[in-house]
Unconditional design. Structure first.
Length: 376
């Protein structure tokens, strides 16, 4: 752990913050089942690098007599909206341990929280001051009027996280889709290139232009591990994608029918070489670029990257109102596994802090950039 500090105390309850996830949190997150009943449920197996990435992260713990009861992470993604530079904090790694892990029966609204002492969860009550002003998490003096947002991508069926976000003051500004792209026998493409260091500035300029109408676009992790792949025509990128490897240990594919289908399919030798019944290794596709009219090249690139890296499935997340999502909605051809796994939908939830009304409106009027790696 790094820079552990006690923020609040109340009898035997304490709220602590650390700038790096501790061993207790890492063990708990690896044991936590992600996903919702009736849908894909899984364990993360490669969380550590993700939780320690970025320049500024804060992990808040609620403890009772030293024992962790719950936690939530604030991951910094500084961005600019309508010319205003501001803090952006992605809320992740929310967890509650028993006995506070009650199963909610309905989705709460702000009206449900008028009497906060009765209706707000113990963890929510202690976190609320920091969701109203996350700059408190930093050591030293900070601007009292620092413009900021906190945001989270929350599965529409995840009532516990949705209700917790209401307690933190978040509201829905849009919706997103998460879906797979698969090829059981991906074809090689000779046109695929990686981006040399001396080309990165030009490629990044194209990517930024592509996402100029999006809010929360974040480019710091593009070109990580030299894993941005492109197809060019006439010396110009016409399709591009950043990849990150991800591994999940599968608990449930979502239904008895789907579980049975996976077990039957993985008995076939050539399928078993590609897919295991109890785990999924896939690529997260981010910073996807597609020159208008070159959608076929984008599909060629994605399939070729699967072949080149020895993978058979990739995951993507994007705003339902974005031009990028329209490409996949209209073109389809997402592969056999998409028919099994389907599409998941989530709300884009935001809390605005000292944000001018004109800037705030941008989040309702424009699509949001959704990094698949950060949210998978």
């Amino acid at each position: 752990m790094k820079n552990s500090r006690i923020l609040l105390t109340y009898h035997d309850l304490t709220v602590e913050v650390e700038s790096s996830p501790g061993v207790e949190l890492m063990e708990h997150m690896h044991q936590t089942v992600m996903g919702q009943p009736g849908g894909l449920q899984y364990h993360h197996t490669d969380l550590e690098e993700r939780m320690k990435s970025g320049d500024e992260n804060y992990f808040i713990y609620l403890r009772k007599s030293g024992k962790m009861l719950g936690s939530v992470g604030f991951c910094s993604k500084p961005t600019e909206t309508a010319g205003l530079a501001h803090d952006s904090w992605l809320i992740r790694y929310f967890s509650i341990k028993a006995p506070f892990r009650a199963v909610p029966k309905k989705r709460k609204t702000k009206a449900d929280l008028k009497d906060e002492n009765k209706r707000t969860s113990v963890l929510g009550r202690f976190i609320q001051p920091f969701s109203a002003d996350p700059s408190q998490l930093r050591e030293g003096e900070t601007r009292a009027d620092q413009p900021a947002i906190i945001f989270a991508i929350i599965d529409q069926t995840n009532l516990r996280s949705m209700n917790f976000s209401v307690q933190m003051g978040l509201e829905t500004v849009g919706s997103m889709a998460g879906f797979s792209f698969s090829r059981m026998q991906p074809r090689r493409s000779k046109r695929i290139e990686t981006v040399e260091e001396n080309q990165q500035a030009v490629i990044l300029k194209q990517i930024r232009e592509f996402y100029k109408e999006y809010t929360l676009f974040y480019s710091d992790s593009i070109f990580k591990n030299n894993d941005y792949y492109v197809i060019k025509e006439g010396g110009r990128m016409v399709a591009g994608v950043q990849i990150y490897p991800v591994d999940w240990k599968i608990v449930d594919f979502g239904s008895q029918l789907t579980n049975r289908a996976v077990r039957l399919l993985t008995r076939i030798p050539w399928v078993r070489k590609r897919i295991a019944p109890d785990k999924i290794s896939f690529l997260a596709f981010d910073a996807i670029y597609c020159e208008p009219g070159f959608e076929k090249a984008l599909y060629e690139l994605m399939e070729g990257v699967l072949k080149r890296t020895g993978n058979y499935i990739a995951m993507m997340m994007m705003d339902l109102e974005s031009d990028l999502y329209a490409i996949f909605r209209d073109r389809r051809k997402l592969g056999a596994l998409h028919k099994i796994m389907g599409t998941s939908y989530a709300d884009i939830r935001v809390r605005f802090i000292h944000m001018p009304d004109a800037v705030r409106q941008q989040f309702y009027d424009r699509p949001t950039y959704i990094p698949t790696y950060d949210n998978s």
